[in-house]
Write a new protein. Structure first.
Length: 101
């Protein structure tokens, strides 16, 4: 199923959840009808919003593939170029070459 199909399924599911909350609110809550429907609609909107946010994190946009690098090769060109790979120490560049702590 493609991304469009997944989003259509999420939209349909959100509408069903919203409608179910409105109906259940009207049937189960002990207040007058307008308050029951309003409360059910509010709860349905919150649940549908959470469903949409969750689906967005799952479906989302396709992640770009990182560029492929060859391990063990680092190159630099230019007068003051520096090339490092897997360095966990201090790198000093420039004219003076002093480290101040």
């Amino acid at each position: 199923m493609g991304r469009t199909g997944r989003w259509l399924l999420v939209v349909f599911g959100s509408l069903v959840v919203f409608g179910l909350c409105v109906v259940l609110g009207d049937l189960l809550l002990p207040w007058d009808q307008s308050t029951r429907i309003g409360t059910g609609a509010g709860a349905g909107a919150v649940i549908a919003g959470v469903l949409g946010a969750w689906a967005s994190s799952l479906i989302g946009s396709p992640t770009p593939t990182p560029p492929v690098t060859t391990p063990g090769t680092s190159t630099a060109s230019g007068e003051r170029a520096v090339a490092t790979q897997d360095n966990s120490g201090v790198i000093i560049t420039g004219d003076n070459g002093t480290v101040q702590r």
